[in-house]
Design a protein around this ligand. Sequence first.
Ligand code: SAH
Length: 348
Amino acid sequence: METIVRRDIRKLKLEELKAFFVDQGEKPFRAHQVHEWLWQKSAKDFDQMSNLSLETRLMLKQHFVINHIQVDHMQQSADGTIKNAVKLHDGLIVESVLIPTEKRITACVSSQVGCSLDCKFCATARLKRMRNLNADEIYDQVVAIQQQAELFFNRPLTNVVFMGMGEPLLNYTNVLEAIEKITSQKGLNMASKRITVSTVGIAKMIQKMADDEVKFNLAVSLHAALNETRSSIMPINDTNPLEELGEALEYWYQKRRRKVTYEYVVWKGINDSPEQANALLKFCLRVPSKVNLIEYNPIDAGLFQQASDSAIAMYQHLLESNGIVTRIRKSRGKDIDAACGQLANKFI
Ligand code: SAH
């Protein structure tokens, strides 16, 4: 007997799905129906596809699987933030976070299982990179959070940030495909300007994003604007130094005309001196940019410590007096380890 290896149906483009139906002697419009079930209605099972005949559903089941994610575990913080442990079809777990504020509901999603980049202050770095997420696994995290936004807050999802586990630009193709679905009328129909991809700043990928004319926002986790300091906390800086990053960002701005956001944590004894702040200012003046000074979320006993309020005020004053919009970002979801850099599947 011939055994069919069942494929993940959401890896097929609409055109491929059409070709499949034609191949099976069915009408190509069935592909549109299935596509709608998969991407607009987030069907988890072929039996939900009620406008297909039982025979068609059976035929689909023989050829395909739907590898939908499962929210395995949910925790809510005192500040309303919700952290999801998301189980993938192969049993691996990633985390995603819903962050409510007065005006927004933001989904913070993961792009990889673990991370390969070894930033010294980040809990995810301690999990080695196991694999990239597929586009549908990224998309499903957004859909799950959109449903939670409606269910728990009675408000729509307004923003998506790629600030969960992993480095999105090392899983570029799948991230792009997920964003296409998030922004598509045949998906979540969300505006690109509400999506932000956050990266350690891989220069050649930033150039590629500029060439691809992507429409979402770019955030760069800078954390230091002197090579020696940055290399000591972010090893990627050894092979991808600030000069190259700066050039890539200039190229991005020339092509895209969109401000870059820098994420920056100020740590005691590491980057809390005026010299470091001046280096950041100089870097910021290369391309139109704004700075988020992020509160540090401790991940161990004391190697990194949040700088004093006066050091942060020194940064803010220097940047703002030179025309750089600077926001101080307080952590959300700290009590459930849902804050930036704390995602590490600790309780699983
Ligand atoms: N790899 C991407 C996506 C991760 S985003 C990137 O680096 O941008 C997570 C954000 O949280 C990054 O800005 C990261 O530098 C920051 N971060 C990591 N660990 C942190 C910690 N312990 N406290 C505060 N921010 C942290």
